[in-house]
Design a protein around this ligand. Structure first.
Ligand SMILES: Cc1cc2nc3c(=O)[nH]c(=O)nc-3n(C[C@H](O)[C@H](O)[C@H](O)COP(=O)(O)OP(=O)(O)OC[C@H]3O[C@@H](n4cnc5c(N)ncnc54)[C@H](O)[C@@H]3O)c2cc1C
Length: 637
């Protein structure tokens, strides 16, 4: 397997312009001769499908929900970054680029991150033009707030429902194309495999989730925009349906999987309240603009928060990171919360919680202003916990949230399989070992609206791939394998539900491969995962058949993939014998408990190649070169 990132030559600031000036073009009349499949209709998929169809390509888009607008992107609360510098507080494209590179602990590609910062400003213009109701200042200009890991206000937002509003924008662009007949939208269709013929991605196999029909779809290029895999931990802030299936099955067909061990734990989620819970709820990071995070100074102090006097509170982030305070990046804030809870100073029944307190902000700004900024989040918190956050501090704790790893892509966002492109959270690009807040939405939309429409055109014009007939033997073989897998799941007829296996896997991953990891724990995971997998294939129960709507069957397929993918994640975590960003190896920490990187040996992207069932995958390394920034120790003090 060859990893060629295909980064254009020249100064960083000019690479993307150079690329576009020199790329090959498909003329407008020829575009309709090319067919493109987009799997996923979240921000990345919907923006890509709408833009490609607008350009004139024959576009087909798939999602497993009943409507594109139910994609998980709808859950994003806090905001989307862009370097507009409306605040005049010193922001610039360079600063957004630098914050992102530094926030990712120098484990991402300079060229991609710089391009992301460049196109961030176009995204805001595009979304405003679509009518996305961003918050505005009194004079009508767009408002901004700050997010973790930045000292400037560059986050555009629509109350606490930014993802929903952005998705409605992308969805309306997509709907327009569906209405024009330019996008063939297939809802309730799940991609179950990628078809590769003559070394190129040439289509997919899907299952119609309503009637169980297995279908073949061919195309000149395929885009996977299927989101992240945080649900490998079972409990996470992701929607229940989020999964790794499309990306993992593409990996099994030859696409390298990059940095699977970079999984982000978000510091501000509502703490776990029961063993039987199915998901966790995020409280947006934007709350940290006004909320102050603290725990009692004394261990085991069970007094109600309002009874704990000021001098007996430890505002631990403000104490440890005075420059960034409560806006310290997510990995750092999450670990700090874990640390105080491990010391026995955590709050709430379980002791795994810290306070997020708005008392001072309410006294300073008034309840109305706080309600204006975060009203829907406060309401959501109260509905879930039955506590009024205007009166009592919220209780929060870190939870699995986002995955920086994903299919490896080059500068064109093309995987190691020619013709297979990957966008949004499903690819590994841009965030390195840790994602700063408000940059996932930015990346998904950058990929879909601005990058893929150029790079796919370049691929089609220069490679001129042929459309492979769905009767081709590779389609036939692939479909057969998909059907056999479904049959195998249905034939187990065991006694335990898919949820039991998922919970067992998730617990193991959270305990040994979650917020922090060590060699012994990772080796334990690598021994346990195959056992859980074996047990699954002997004892799982899936009732009904494959010929109708059967959510048990859908879930079983996704959990079967998580049970294989988790092993890959642990291999990667074990290989990376350093701490960086969200990957915290306990063996490598400074005297103050901060992550200790090892640039000399680990400054690479790990890209794993599938070698067959039960075989250890092979690691390939893409060395990371920093020509334009100096790799410095990451400090937020
Ligand atoms: C609670 C929450 C809040 C967040 N808040 C923010 C925020 O404020 N700012 C920010 O920048 N980021 C935020 N994020 C992260 C951000 O929302 C996601 O990273 C981003 O929306 C992912 O978009 P996507 O298009 O890549 O994937 P998704 O929106 O997850 O879309 C995936 C799509 O793929 C489809 N799909 C998946 N598998 C298959 C398959 N096998 N076959 C067919 N279709 C498939 C789904 O149907 C769906 O349409 C938040 C995340 C969460 C969980």
């Amino acid at each position: 397997m060859q990893l060629n990132a295909r980064v254009p030559e020249g100064p960083l600031q000019d690479k993307w312009d150079n690329y576009r000036e020199n790329m090959k073009l498909v003329s407008p009349a020829n575009r309709r001769k090319f067919k493109i499949i987009v799997v996923g209709s979240g921000l990345a998929g919907a923006s890509a499908a709408a833009s490609l169809a607008e350009l004139g390509y024959e576009t087909q888009c798939f999602c497993f929900q009943d409507s594109p607008r139910r994609a998980h992107s709808i859950a994003a609360q806090g905001g989307i970054n862009a370097a507009k510098n409306y605040q005049n507080d010193g922001d610039s494209i360079w600063r957004l680029f630098y914050d992102t590179i530094k926030g990712g602990d120098f484990r991402s590609r300079e060229s991609n991150v710089y391009r992301l910062a460049q196109v961030s400003n176009n995204i805001i213009d595009q979304c405003v033009a679509q009518g996305v109701p961003f918050a505005r200042e009194y004079g009508g200009t767009l408002a901004n707030r700050s997010f973790g890991g930045a000292q400037v206000s560059r986050t555009f937002y629509a109350r606490g429902q930014t993802g929903q509003q952005l998705l409605l924008g992308a969805y309306s662009a997509l709907s327009r194309q569906i209405g024009l007949g330019a996008v063939d939208m297939r809802t309730r269709h799940e991609m179950l495999d990628l078809v590769v013929a003559d070394g190129r991605a040439c289509g997919i196999i899907t299952r119609n989730l309503i009637n169980g029909a297995i279908e073949r779809h061919n195309a000149h290029a395929v885009i996977i925009a299927t989101g992240g895999y945080s649900n490998v931990f079972y409990l996470s802030t992701n929607a229940k349906g989020c999964n790794v299936t499309a990306a993992y099955r593409a990996y099994k067909r030859g696409a390298a999987f990059a940095n699977p061990c970079y999984t982000q734990i978000h510091p501000t989620c509502i703490p776990v309240h029961s063993e039987r819970q199915a998901k966790l709820t995020l409280m947006s990071e934007s709350l940290r603009n006004d909320g102050r995070i603290w725990v009692p100074k004394k261990k085991g102090d069970k007094r109600p928060p309002n009874k704990i006097p000021e001098d007996e509170r430890d505002y631990f982030l403000e104490r440890k990171y005075p420059s960034y305070g409560n806006l310290a990046p997510r990995d750092i804030s999450s670990r700090s919360a874990k640390e105080v809870c491990d010391e026995g100073r955590g709050v709430g029944e379980s002791g795994y919680g810290v306070y997020l307190d708005f008392r001072d902000a309410i006294n300073r700004l008034g309840e109305d202003v706080i309600s204006e900024r975060y009203g829907n989040l406060f309401q959501m918190y109260e509905k879930i916990t039955d506590e009024n956050p205007y009166k009592v501090p919220m209780r929060i704790f870190p939870a699995p949230h986002y995955t920086m790893g994903g299919l490896w892509v080059d500068y064109d966002l093309m995987s190691t399989i020619p013709g297979l492109f990957v966008a949004g959270e499903a690819n590994f690009s841009d965030h390195g070992a840790n994602r700063l807040g408000a940059s996932a939405l930015m990346q998904g939309l950058a990929d879909g609206y601005f990058i893929l429409p150029n790079t796919i055109g370049n691929y089609l014009a220069s490679q001129k791939p042929a459309l492979v007939d769905v009767k081709h033997s590779e389609f036939e073989k692939c479909e057969k394998e998909v059907c056999e897998k479904i049959k195998r799941i249905l034939s187990v007829k065991g006694k335990r539900t898919t949820g039991v296996f998922h919970r067992t896997l998730g617990r193991l991953m959270w305990d040994y491969c979650g917020m922090s990891r060590n060699e012994a724990g990772l080796k334990k995971c690598l021994e346990e995962i195959p056992r859980i997998r074996e047990d699954f294939w002997k004892n799982v129960i899936v009732t009904g058949t494959g010929e109708h709507f059967n959510m048990m069957l859908e879930r079983a397929g996704r959990i079967a993939d998580f049970l294989e993918f988790a092993e890959l994640l642990c291999y990667d975590a074990l290989d990376r014998d350093e701490s960086c960003g969200a990957h915290f190896r306990e063996e490598h920490q400074t005297a103050e408990g901060e992550a200790k990187r090892n640039d000399a040996e680990y400054s690479y992207v790990s890209a794993w190649e599938y070698k067959g069932a039960g075989e250890k995958p092979v690691l390939h390394k893409e060395p990371l070169k920093f020509e334009f920034v100096h790799m410095a120790e990451r400090s937020y003090k």
